[in-house]
Structures are given as C-alpha cells and as structure tokens.
Write a protein that binds this ligand. Sequence first.
Ligand code: ATR
Length: 475
Amino acid sequence: MSELADIGVIGLAVMGENLILNMESKGFRVACYNRTVDKVDAFVNGRGAGKNLVGCRTLDQLAANLAKPRKVMLMVRAGDAVDVLIEMLVPLLDPGDIIIDGGNSAYMDTTRRCRELATKGLLHVGAGVSGGEEGALHGPSIMPGGNGAAWPALQPIFQAIAAKVEDGTPCCDWIGPEGSGHFVKTVHNGIEYGDMQIICEAYHLMSQGLGMSAAQMQPIFARWNKGFLDSYLIQITADILSQVDPDSGKPVVDVILDAAGQKGTGKWTSQVGLDLGVAIPQIAEAVFARSLSAAKDERTDAHRKLTGPDPKYTGDSEMLVKQLEQAVYAAKICSYAQGFQLLRAASQEFAWNLNYGGIAQIWREGCIIRARFLGDIKKAYDADASLANLLLAPVFQEVLANAQSAWRNVLKTAMDLGIPMPVMASSLSYYDGYRCARLPANLLQAQRDYFGAHMYERTDRPRGEFFHTNWTGMG
Ligand code: ATR
C-alpha cells in the first residue's frame, strides 16, 4: 500500500480544493473525498495533477489511507451535511482520531458535536477558516477550537498553511474548548459586516454628497490604505473603484445593482449579541443595512414619495474627506470594541478563557478583516488583558479624542444631507452611550415599574435592593 496521508479533506468545493493545494504545497500528503465522486477524479487529474494527493472514491478508502491519529477535515456546507458525514465517519474511525469541521458552523452545533464525539472517544475540532478562496490557497487565518487533545496533532499542519504576520507568527492558534473557534469566526464575520458597511457609507457620502466619481474616489481609498486605515477591505475597495465594465464603459461599481445579499453569518453574530445581552449595535445595523438595500423596488417607489434635503454638499469637500477618514477610523474602533465585548461575554459565559490579544493576532493577516490596526489591538490586550472595553485602551482613548470633532461633523453633515449612515451613526451613539455616567434608564425603570411593577434600584441605596412605587395610588 502507498504511503499514508497526513490528513484527509472531504468536500471539493473551491475552499476545500484550495485548502488541500495549500496543505500539499507545504509538504503534506492529503487524501481527498467528495460526495459526488466524479469531482474527486476531476480534481486529482486536474488542479491536483502530479501532486502528493490520494483521491478516494469512498469514505472507507479515505479512512484506510490516513496515518493515525486520523485527521479528517470537513469542508462542506454547514448544517446537516456535517452531521450526516460525522455519522458516516464514526464507524470508520478509531479512538483518538480527529474530525475537524472547517466550515461556517454555528458554534452551538460544534459544542454539541464535541460532546457527542467525545463519548465515542473521537476528538472534534471546529475551525473557523477565513480569507476567502485566495486565503485558503495561499494562507488563511484559522481559528480552531474544540477538544484540546487534538491540537498537538493539528498544529504543525494548520500553522504551516496559515497566513503569517511580519515576524513569521502564524495567524492560527488554539482558541479554546467546544465551539469557541467557530464562535470567534462568527464574531469575525460580524465585524466584517460592520467594516464593509462603514466603507460603503463613506463611499455614499463621497459619491452622493460630494458628487465624486469612482475614478475620483479611487485615489482617496488608495491613500487611506497607506495610513491608519490600511486594511484588505480598503485595498479591495480602491481596486474595485478602478475597474471599468467592458460592456458599458462605465465603472463596474456603477452598473452593479444596489441590493445586498447575505449568507447569514452577520445575522448569527447579531443574534448571539442578543442572546448574551451584549450591545453590538453596529454589527446589527450592518445586517439591517443589507436588508434595507435588498428592498430595492420599495425604495425606488419611496424615493418618489418621501421627501428629504438636497444631498449635494456645498462646503469644503477636501476638508470633509479628511474628516471622513478619521470618522471611518473612529467607527471602526467602536465596531471592533463591540466585537471584543461579545468575545468577552462568551468567554465568561462558557468559561472559554479566550486570549483577546491572540485573537487579534490571528486576524492580523490572512482573513477578510486583516488590518494594520489589529496590531494595536493586540498591543492593547498585551498591555492589559483585563481591559473592560477596547475603547478604554490608552491608544484608542487618544485616537477617539482626536477624531472627535471630525467624527461628529461628518455625521452632522450626513444627517443634514439626508445620507444614511446607520453604522457610523451607531458608532457615535455607542461611544456616547458607553461614556455616559447617567443614561436615561432611570426613566425606563420607572416606566417598567409603573406598568409592570418590575421594581427599581435607587441611587441612594446599595445595588441589589429593589423598590416599587405605587404610581397610580390605586395600590
Ligand atoms: P458552495 O460552498 O460552493 O456553495 P455547496 O453546495 O455548499 O457549495 O457544497 C460544498 C461542498 O459540500 C461540496 O463538496 C458538496 O458535495 P457535492 O459536490 O457532492 O455537492 C458538499 N456537501 C453538501 N451537502 C453534503 C452532504 N449532505 N453530504 C456530503 N457532502 C455534502
């Protein structure tokens, strides 16, 4: 029999194929399987021709071709497919073997699978993989969590294929138990929704408010990408704005219909925020912004019926663009602060002991939200791992203090022009809410007590003592 493979991958869609080619390029022998078996032949004789791969036509063949402990990575559609495959794999594996789920599974599913497989002596790992097709091929950011006993066997493979930061540190490290890896990936995707929408809002202000063309905006994003906003999403935005549609001769971005799609990971993040009672309004607003955009026909109709101000800005455009850069950065910092608050809440709720600086490092390269400022986040948590909120890190306190008037002015301007900025406006409300020592929740508590006798605490009595007022005198 031929040499055993280091790892098996199931699922030959583009992410699976690219991950296999990445593993193979790093010296690993990879066994491949796909439910539609023709794809196995097509792959090993096509993109995988001449490479150190073993094409398997059955799961038995896959299991027989793997070195022990067997490592089987699923790169299939999240949901039932993962459970179906796990059920088929269990009888073919031995105690100590590892099943890795590299898809976008819901973290609660991963927790459940970890527990179920542990009862059979099998190790389960839920690994978030980010970076899209290119990342999978050349170096993704990987967030593995689950049964920690699996990590020593996986570490050499995962860290070899992962993206690296400048000093060579891989953008992959053990996240924690149960569904923590998939949870961190979910938060990553929520932050990604926020980042994308912030950029779109800046684009909206420049295009609609300042009347700038794609060609005029392109150098601005390119310049931003050399400063504190240096990030993959700003970089691709500059690239997108430079592309011309061969059919119409117009910028491609101008011929794309303004109705956003979504696969649901931003929604999940928002739902988790609601479940854990953590304020992540920017992520939720980013999801809702996509939902509103999708109602294209309704909006077109409403445009004719609902009035608003003239969106043309008449002030100093150059100054506003400078302020916009700062406002985008401030909004981004608040958005990441919310994402890390969600990680913190989950870490406490599930006793995961997450390493926030380590997570920032994993996101530093390879993934869609990779950005220079994740290095600052890492430093902030390295300096104080118990930070109550990223906004309180001295470096970000200072940035936000300096951005303050620009940030407020951009939002005032957008509101005057009637240009929607749901995520950026929400960032300032979050900032102002978080730094507010006395919110109007006193009145809210009074209302709750009035109609529902829900009781309230008093400012002049210890926390935990509850009081009720007989508001109507009716007892
Ligand atoms: P994409 O990621 O491009 O949207 P997909 O339809 O989600 O594609 O499928 C991704 C992978 O999951 C494919 O390898 C698919 O196998 P097939 O090529 O046989 O469709 C795999 N997959 C989806 N459902 C599956 C299931 N129930 N059992 C096994 N593999 C499954």
